[in-house]
Design a protein. Structure first.
Length: 172
Protein backbone atom coordinates (compact mmCIF):
# COMPACT_ATOMS: atom_id res chain seq x y z
CA UNK A 1 0.00 0.00 0.00
CA UNK A 2 1.46 3.38 -1.01
CA UNK A 3 0.76 6.67 0.76
CA UNK A 4 2.16 9.97 -0.41
CA UNK A 5 2.43 13.45 1.06
CA UNK A 6 2.12 16.07 -1.67
CA UNK A 7 4.88 18.64 -2.31
CA UNK A 8 6.95 18.20 0.83
CA UNK A 9 9.91 20.51 1.12
CA UNK A 10 12.23 19.64 4.02
CA UNK A 11 12.89 23.26 4.95
CA UNK A 12 11.20 24.99 7.89
CA UNK A 13 8.75 26.78 5.60
CA UNK A 14 6.71 24.63 3.25
CA UNK A 15 4.81 25.85 0.20
CA UNK A 16 2.22 23.52 -1.31
CA UNK A 17 0.77 23.01 -4.74
CA UNK A 18 -2.55 24.89 -4.84
CA UNK A 19 -5.83 22.99 -4.82
CA UNK A 20 -7.17 25.24 -7.56
CA UNK A 21 -4.18 26.81 -9.27
CA UNK A 22 -6.21 29.77 -10.55
CA UNK A 23 -7.57 30.98 -7.21
CA UNK A 24 -6.07 29.20 -4.26
CA UNK A 25 -2.70 28.82 -2.60
CA UNK A 26 -1.98 27.10 0.66
CA UNK A 27 0.99 27.73 2.86
CA UNK A 28 1.99 25.60 5.81
CA UNK A 29 4.85 25.94 8.25
CA UNK A 30 6.43 23.60 10.73
CA UNK A 31 7.43 25.19 14.01
CA UNK A 32 8.87 23.18 16.91
CA UNK A 33 6.58 20.20 17.61
CA UNK A 34 3.53 21.25 15.61
CA UNK A 35 2.85 21.02 11.91
CA UNK A 36 0.13 23.38 10.78
CA UNK A 37 -2.56 22.62 8.20
CA UNK A 38 -1.36 20.98 5.03
CA UNK A 39 -2.76 18.94 2.16
CA UNK A 40 -2.10 15.19 2.20
CA UNK A 41 -2.94 12.96 -0.76
CA UNK A 42 -4.00 9.45 0.13
CA UNK A 43 -3.31 7.45 -3.06
CA UNK A 44 -5.26 4.32 -2.08
CA UNK A 45 -8.27 3.47 0.05
CA UNK A 46 -7.41 2.18 3.52
CA UNK A 47 -9.46 -0.80 4.70
CA UNK A 48 -9.93 -0.84 8.45
CA UNK A 49 -12.26 -2.44 10.96
CA UNK A 50 -13.70 -0.86 14.03
CA UNK A 51 -15.57 -0.86 17.32
CA UNK A 52 -18.12 1.91 17.89
CA UNK A 53 -18.00 3.99 21.08
CA UNK A 54 -21.29 3.94 22.97
CA UNK A 55 -21.02 7.66 23.75
CA UNK A 56 -18.97 10.40 22.08
CA UNK A 57 -16.62 11.69 23.41
CA UNK A 58 -16.95 9.96 26.80
CA UNK A 59 -16.33 6.35 25.79
CA UNK A 60 -13.60 6.66 23.16
CA UNK A 61 -11.01 4.99 25.42
CA UNK A 62 -13.39 2.12 26.14
CA UNK A 63 -13.93 1.57 22.40
CA UNK A 64 -10.16 1.37 21.85
CA UNK A 65 -9.83 -1.01 24.82
CA UNK A 66 -12.54 -3.28 23.36
CA UNK A 67 -10.83 -3.24 19.96
CA UNK A 68 -7.39 -3.97 21.41
CA UNK A 69 -8.83 -6.88 23.44
CA UNK A 70 -9.91 -8.53 20.16
CA UNK A 71 -6.40 -8.42 18.65
CA UNK A 72 -3.79 -11.11 19.25
CA UNK A 73 -1.18 -8.32 19.51
CA UNK A 74 -0.98 -4.56 19.02
CA UNK A 75 2.63 -4.74 17.89
CA UNK A 76 3.00 -3.43 14.37
CA UNK A 77 -0.67 -2.39 14.14
CA UNK A 78 -1.86 0.96 12.79
CA UNK A 79 -4.77 2.57 14.64
CA UNK A 80 -7.32 5.16 13.55
CA UNK A 81 -10.21 7.08 15.05
CA UNK A 82 -13.22 7.88 12.85
CA UNK A 83 -15.84 10.49 13.81
CA UNK A 84 -18.92 11.63 11.88
CA UNK A 85 -22.50 12.79 12.32
CA UNK A 86 -25.30 10.29 11.85
CA UNK A 87 -28.58 11.21 10.12
CA UNK A 88 -29.95 12.58 13.43
CA UNK A 89 -26.97 14.88 13.92
CA UNK A 90 -25.44 12.77 16.72
CA UNK A 91 -21.67 12.27 16.69
CA UNK A 92 -20.51 8.69 16.15
CA UNK A 93 -16.95 7.59 17.00
CA UNK A 94 -15.25 4.40 15.85
CA UNK A 95 -11.95 3.07 17.21
CA UNK A 96 -10.31 1.37 14.25
CA UNK A 97 -7.28 -0.63 13.14
CA UNK A 98 -5.80 -1.48 9.75
CA UNK A 99 -6.58 -5.03 8.65
CA UNK A 100 -3.49 -7.20 8.85
CA UNK A 101 -5.02 -9.80 6.50
CA UNK A 102 -8.09 -10.06 4.31
CA UNK A 103 -11.13 -11.22 6.26
CA UNK A 104 -9.74 -10.23 9.67
CA UNK A 105 -12.75 -7.98 10.40
CA UNK A 106 -15.20 -10.79 9.68
CA UNK A 107 -13.18 -13.28 11.72
CA UNK A 108 -13.32 -10.95 14.74
CA UNK A 109 -16.97 -9.97 14.17
CA UNK A 110 -16.15 -6.31 13.53
CA UNK A 111 -17.57 -3.68 11.25
CA UNK A 112 -15.48 -2.77 8.21
CA UNK A 113 -14.84 0.83 7.17
CA UNK A 114 -12.95 2.38 4.26
CA UNK A 115 -10.99 5.60 4.47
CA UNK A 116 -11.34 6.83 0.90
CA UNK A 117 -8.41 7.91 -1.21
CA UNK A 118 -8.15 11.57 -2.15
CA UNK A 119 -6.95 14.91 -0.82
CA UNK A 120 -7.22 15.60 2.91
CA UNK A 121 -6.70 18.71 4.98
CA UNK A 122 -4.38 17.52 7.74
CA UNK A 123 -2.49 18.61 10.80
CA UNK A 124 -0.07 16.41 12.72
CA UNK A 125 -0.04 16.73 16.50
CA UNK A 126 3.21 15.69 18.16
CA UNK A 127 2.99 13.93 21.56
CA UNK A 128 -0.81 14.27 21.46
CA UNK A 129 -1.27 12.44 24.79
CA UNK A 130 0.12 15.49 26.62
CA UNK A 131 -3.06 17.40 25.69
CA UNK A 132 -5.82 15.26 24.15
CA UNK A 133 -8.07 18.31 23.77
CA UNK A 134 -5.88 19.44 20.87
CA UNK A 135 -7.49 16.78 18.67
CA UNK A 136 -10.96 18.31 19.01
CA UNK A 137 -9.58 21.83 18.66
CA UNK A 138 -7.80 20.83 15.46
CA UNK A 139 -11.00 19.49 13.89
CA UNK A 140 -12.80 22.67 14.99
CA UNK A 141 -10.10 24.70 13.26
CA UNK A 142 -10.63 22.65 10.09
CA UNK A 143 -14.35 23.44 10.16
CA UNK A 144 -13.56 27.16 10.40
CA UNK A 145 -11.04 27.11 7.53
CA UNK A 146 -11.76 28.33 4.00
CA UNK A 147 -11.59 24.78 2.64
CA UNK A 148 -14.68 22.70 1.91
CA UNK A 149 -14.14 19.51 3.85
CA UNK A 150 -16.49 16.66 4.58
CA UNK A 151 -16.99 13.96 7.21
CA UNK A 152 -15.62 11.71 8.47
CA UNK A 153 -12.95 13.20 10.69
CA UNK A 154 -10.01 10.77 10.73
CA UNK A 155 -7.33 10.40 13.40
CA UNK A 156 -4.33 8.43 12.10
CA UNK A 157 -2.16 7.37 15.05
CA UNK A 158 1.54 7.23 14.25
CA UNK A 159 3.58 6.37 17.34
CA UNK A 160 3.36 9.34 19.73
CA UNK A 161 1.83 11.52 17.02
CA UNK A 162 -1.59 11.72 15.44
CA UNK A 163 -2.48 13.07 12.01
CA UNK A 164 -5.92 14.71 12.08
CA UNK A 165 -7.56 14.53 8.64
CA UNK A 166 -10.72 15.67 6.87
CA UNK A 167 -11.39 14.83 3.23
CA UNK A 168 -11.55 17.80 0.90
CA UNK A 169 -14.52 18.02 -1.42
CA UNK A 170 -13.77 17.95 -5.14
CA UNK A 171 -12.43 21.32 -6.24
CA UNK A 172 -13.75 21.30 -9.83
Amino acid sequence: MEFNIVAINPTQCRIYTPLNSKTDSMFAMQLSNKIFMEIYTLKNNIEIFCVTARSFPYEIKQAFAALINLLPTVEGRTFFGIAFEDKNGDMIYKAAVLESFGGEAEKLGCEKFIIEKGDYLTETLKDWKKDESLIGLTFKKFSESKYNATFPCVEWYQGNDVMCMVKLENQN
